[in-house]
Write a protein that binds this ligand. Structure first.
Ligand SMILES: Nc1ncnc2c1ncn2[C@@H]1O[C@H](COP(=O)(O)OP(=O)(O)OP(=O)(O)O)[C@@H](O)[C@H]1O
Length: 230
């Protein structure tokens, strides 16, 4: 579904990703774990076409998208949920939701979004600025799903959220997976990652240090913890 091959990236003279290769299968949820500064955000930005000082190849559904600008990648079915969530503070929830153009017949029309995210239905007229962190995260996820994303790239969706909201985010990810959506998510919380993901990649100093199936996470727990500095 999503295939990343030998992606390297730099900021000026500083190389921060070194030939990273990984893949996310159809309907698969894959986490990217690693310490602060390991290069996780940069990798997602490379996949979305937002970081241009990069080399390597990105393919979506078998098609090379490496040369495409971000909006054309979005049109092909990539949905990026950045760590700041990208919610427009002045626009209402509904305006935020309906802003991006919908790709084909969305499997998540507005009514379905409101069924899945009742909190957004209740807040549909609220400005983005009035939402809590958890509500903003829901809105950011709902917006890319509504726009027709088939592959979600999520930068730490659970960061700073209360456990009950984290649980809800987990349910949304599982629901999206059931509908064939693939997810690549940055996650520092291994315990949460294990509840949603099929596989995990550990990124260390810009390289893939470990790939582990979710069933093998306990076996590698010490190694993962050591790498994460936990
Ligand atoms: N705009 C930038 N200019 C220069 N260096 C940057 C910039 N953004 C990130 N870096 C550097 O690139 C490296 C990788 O950063 P990146 O944000 O991708 O890591 P990360 O694993 O996502 O960490 P975090 O969880 O802290 O966001 C770090 O050394 C960081 O300092």
């Amino acid at each position: 579904m999503l295939e990343i091959t030998a992606v390297s990236a730099a900021y000026g003279e500083a190389r921060v990703l070194h030939e990273v290769s990984l893949r996310v299968g159809a309907g698969e949820v894959v986490t990217l774990v690693g310490r602060n500064g390991a290069g996780k955000t940069t990798l997602l930005r490379c996949v979305m076409g937002l970081h241009t000082q990069a080399t390597g190849r990105v393919a979506l559904e078998g098609q090379d998208i490496t040369g495409l600008p971000p909006h054309r990648r979005a049109r092909r079915g990539l949905g990026f949920v950045p760590d700041d969530r990208g919610v427009y503070a002045q626009l209402s929830v509904e305006e935020n939701l309906t802003l991006p153009p919908v790709r084909g017949a969305s499997p998540w029309p507005l009514e379905r979004v409101y069924d899945t995210f009742p909190v957004l239905a209740a807040r549909r007229r609220f400005p983005g600025a009035k939402l809590s962190g958890g509500e903003q995260q829901m809105l950011a996820l709902a917006r890319v799903l509504r726009a027709g994303a088939r592959v979600l790239l999520c930068d730490e969706p659970t960061e700073g959220l209360a456990p009950v909201i984290v649980q809800q985010i987990g349910e949304i990810i599982r629901d999206a997976k059931q509908h064939g959506v693939s997810v690549l998510l940055i996650e520092q919380n291994l315990r949460f990652a294990a509840t949603v993901a099929d596989r995990h990649y550990l990124l260390a100093q810009g390289r893939v240090a470990l790939e582990v199936a979710n069933s093998g996470i306990q076996e590698h727990e010490h190694e993962l913890m050591a790498h994460l500095g936990l």
